[in-house]
Design a protein around this ligand. Sequence first.
Ligand code: NOJ
Length: 961
Amino acid sequence: MRSFTLSTKWTALFVLFTALCCLFTPTVTVKHELFKTCDQAGFCKRNRAFADSASATGWETPYKIAPESLSWKNGQLQGTILKTINKNGETVRLLITISFLESGSARVTIDEEKRQKGEIDLRHNSKARKERYNEAESWAIVGGLELSKTAVEFRDAATSTVKYGPDGKFEAVITYAPFGIDFKRDSATQIKFNDRGMLNVEHWRPKIDKPEPEKKEGEEAPAPEVQTGEDESTWWDESFGGSTDSKPKGPESVGLDITFPGYAHVYGIPEHAGPLSLKETRGGSGNHEEPYRLYNADVFEYIMDSPMTLYGAIPFMQAHSKDSTVGVFWLNAAETWIDIIKQKEAHNPLSLGIGSRIDTKTHWFSESGLIDVFVFLGPTPKDVTKAYGELTGYTQLPQEFAIAYHQCRWNYNTDEDVKDVDRKMSKHQIPYDVIWLDIEYTHEKEYFTWDPLQFPDPIGMLKQLDKSERKLVAIIDPHIKNNGYHIVEDLKKKDLAVHNKDGNIYEGWCWPGSSHWIDCFSPAAIKWWVSLFKYDTFKGTMHNLFIWNDMNEPSVFNGPETTMPKDNLHYGNWEHRDVHNINGMTFHNATYQALLERKKGEIRRPFVLTRSFYAGSQRLGAMWTGDNQASWDHLAAAFPMVLNNGIAGYPFAGADVGGFFGNPEKDLLTRWYQAGAFYPFFRGHAHIDTRRREPYLAGEPYTGIITRALRLRYALLPAWYTAFHEASVDGTPIIRPQYFEYPGDEAGFAIDDQFFVGSTGLLAKPVVKEGADSVDIYLPDEEIYYDYFDYQKYSGRGSKTISAPLEKIPLLMQGGHIIPRKDRPRRSSGLMKWDPYTLVIALNKEGSAKGELYVDDGETFDYQSGAYIHRSFEFKDGVLASMDIGKKGKLTDKYLKTMKGVRVERIIIVGAPKEWEGKKSVKTGKGEAGLEFHGEEGGKASWAVVRNPGVAIGENWKIEF
Ligand code: NOJ
């Protein structure tokens, strides 16, 4: 039984205290005592102890495949693993399925036979489901499960070998005893399962209540019975911070070691604040002491460089070496921890370390659920990200406004306030697309209502925004105020809320005070949620209103670790423990579905921002990194976090520009805007207690510099949108770390403060250090790089110093690329729709360049029927050509007609050949256009400009220089 019950009064005080902390804490640091360390999480402690035993000499894994149980059918190997559970040799039967997929990925699933058959008894007459949770797949996976038709299996007395993947180059060698799997590519081992013997499936067992040993008079109390050596103290219940978790199923964790031989770097497993290249976690100088934790939580005032959990979880990891990238995806929705160690392995004992290689050894364990792991054998980072995306889906192609600038704060106080900010942004000619409303817009935190005094005319407000194609995003959280208002009454009546362990509606505390939580695992709850967003239900909304989902970890102020008790029950009677990390995604999904169906016939791409996420959330909208602080270290931490999210398949990411807590100094705010202009999701946001900081308030020179950063983002929107399109079709990150673009260049493997934007060749390193007036940027090759703004040339592999006074963003164009832009400053991206393009051609050493542009209506799903322009540009041998690379669909011609008048207004050629000096014109096919040449000057490249070449963006053409 949960022993922790707060009286209403105390809870109210607690909430007030939490809120006050938010308001008045100037120097802030996480409250460690609110979150478990590994030692305080029973299963984490047990699995680490198990790992230590497994590392000792003489250890033998208790898991063996029963060879006679194996069967092979249609690309799938199935069999029984026998787990020896005591010295008498008694065993428990586990079912293993290894699936080889048509895509070249492999999947290993291990479950318990007894639990699959429902042959277990739960304690306390619990209503919880008996099986191990096996529905994570239905939330995370959307494709790529087709079984291989070409995989073949061979068996001998000790092993089973399967050849699979492209040209049969992949191989899985399954050893029966001790059980282990080696995954190979071109005969070389890339990934090893259970190589260190840490496979652990805590099988179901009944709780045997042993009578208290009797103490006879005059005798010492007998010593407690010696246990099996395992720490059983948290098997049957577990307390932390005043809450007790009843564990009706007893111990049920799963764990496995996964080794990457020859790989010195691993990336992924967001969300953590720390470097892109993950650190070791079992102590030692510069290493973490704790494993990386994945247990979605509202971590107030989170700290830097820490493996502590944050708001979202993607259990996907890439391992990288000079000539190979591989990956694993641990499909489990329960609390998960990952230990990482790196070990030098000498090839030969006499080599004294010369020629030694580094192996990264990881150990994954989750509190409940299945062992369900996907294996990707690369060989490039792009192959791994693509294969992962085939399973979990690619980034949703957002509406174009969503990748422009968002102006948010907690809170814009009235509809007049919103309109005022909107007018002032226009007056100062600062572009923005979206203004946001935080929780205070509601009538006393009742979602789907407006505060009648502060927001008497939401439609008037939305209409003003609509005039300049601007939008509003309003927050809707998953906690529903428990005060009898119509929404909560409906929720209760329809029984669509999460239940507590006794089967009653769960009650906890969040912003509104006492609340219930919608259970978006339930199809009926999703249906109901969808109905709440219809324009005639959510009054005061119209087509330019979109949604922000916050607190969906879920955040529960009086819950254990600020979230829900693990023994709460969801739809289907799954315990919250089993599904926790997916919870946020189910809420995001319900809201996404709702925005698809607001009005019959009106189908626009939804925009929903989420704080909590899981593998697959990339299909539903953007995420942000939560409550950061207005400090330089938080500014610096954001890029590694956003980059990491990108390689874990969720690139539509950003951090609160300016920092959420605290008041940024003006130079910090300015630098943050310059950095934010390179976040795929670009939003300024601030805590309710901070001073107002809309860009026009900063004053000069800051406002001017911020405006230029914003305009840079807007000018480059065609390039950003093209990068989003690429992510939406093959999962390639939008901003890309050095190793991703130059996988063979070891010097770049740990770099996480500079990055490439899409495939544009733009290489950025925004300033994130206080007082810095230059940055050292690393060039990975011998290509020419041009400063984006003044065409200063840099070349030669290695580090280059770029001067970066406050007004300057260090941004280079790599020779060999063509970058599409729109240079006319406007109030919003919507108003740029029909604007002409500028093409910037950065010539490489050979005098050529290539680029791409993707354009569609930026709003609807018509692009799925061919309503888009996809072009490849090439400059070679003095000729610039535009070629169609799109596929034709039923709406192609109609769309192209609407785009007929959209032309190229300017072509800038950076690094223009000297011979062009004196050249006055170029041939455009229809006639001629003027050319203006500027010679090289003091290290700055020569350049030329062609104005009005008279070519349309959607057509094939050639220009001869
Ligand atoms: C927490 C969110 O992280 C923050 O962005 C928001 O302003 C507050 N909740 C209030 O809704």
